[in-house]
Design a binder for this molecule. Structure first.
Ligand code: ZN
Ligand code: MN
Length: 276
């Protein structure tokens, strides 16, 4: 054992986990997806990125990072390419809501009272929000009432800051960042060995009409499955983005939770920059 506290729930024993929860430790749940991310990023991009973000957040707030919900709500054409691509593996909204609300219910049964749910796949948002609402409303009440904080990892982004690093004069639109500058940069920072730099498709901005049709019209989609420019992506931008979003999520947790762990503040600070 090292003296670095384990942050992954999967690596804790049940007794260690029990003791952490007994100390008021927040539980951080990442929710992702298995989805095409162009010819240059892996199918696990959404769950892998949100898992790393949640680990960094958990380190900063003395929390436990739960194993991610890997599969997500179905990819849609205008935000993730839809189901045209092999590998995109969709759950229904009802299934995702059930899975997430039941997992949160289990953490609450274990004694967790501070739960941070971080979504990493655009299409999941309202189904995960519904799951949080159901879990918080599960009739516990009183002193056992859990507090659940929900956000997408990109929500705390400061547009003014991001504009200083975004390599375009256009406003940055998260729904058009699928497999593009944001995600490619973050993957270059977090998982450089998994980015196929020789397979970048041509930069192409998706031009969708402001509505959907069912079944989807795949002619609307750039053939690569990415939605906007990839070539300006850099590891440095990826690092800056991850740090920026993590700081915003940590601020949300600090605003809403009582952070009272066994760690001294100086120990938490010292671990802030560690790889986990
Ligand atoms: Zn993605
Ligand atoms: Mn996605």
């Amino acid at each position: 054992m090292t003296d670095t506290p384990i942050v992954d729930m999967s690596q804790l024993t049940w007794t260690e986990y029990r003791d952490r929860l007994g100390g008021g430790c927040p539980v951080v749940l990442p929710v992702g997806a298995v989805e095409q991310h162009g010819p240059h990023l892996p199918l696990g991009t959404d769950w892998m990125v949100v898992q790393e973000i949640c680990r960094e957040v958990a380190v900063a707030i003395g929390g436990v990072a739960a194993p991610p919900v890997i599969y997500g709500y179905k990819s849609h054409l205008r935000t993730g390419g839809g189901d045209l691509f092999p590998g995109t593996t969709n759950l229904s909204g009802a299934a995702l809501t059930t899975v997430v609300s039941e997992i949160l219910g289990e953490f609450i049964r274990h004694g967790a009272r501070q739960l941070l749910v971080v979504n990493g796949h655009y299409e999941n948002e309202w189904f995960v929000r519904e799951a949080c609402d159901l879990a918080a409303d599960a009739g516990l009440g009183g002193a056992r009432q859990p507090r659940i904080v929900f956000l997408n990892w990109w929500d705390p982004g400061d547009d003014g800051y991001i504009a200083t690093i975004y390599p375009s004069k256009e406003p940055m639109r998260p729904e058009l960042q699928h497999a593009s500058w944001v995600e490619t940069s973050m993957m270059l920072h977090l998982f450089p060995e998994l980015v196929r730099r020789d397979a970048y498709p041509p930069d192409e901005l998706a031009k969708y009409p402001p509505y959907d049709v069912f079944p989807s019209n795949f002619e609307w989609l750039p053939p690569s499955g990415a939605q906007s420019a990839i070539s300006p992506s850099t590891k440095e931008a990826g690092r800056a983005l991850v740090e920026h979003y993590v700081a915003g999520i940590v601020a949300a947790a600090r605003a809403e939770f009582v952070i009272a762990t066994g760690l001294k503040a100086s120990e938490i600070e010292a671990k802030g920059g560690n790889d986990v």
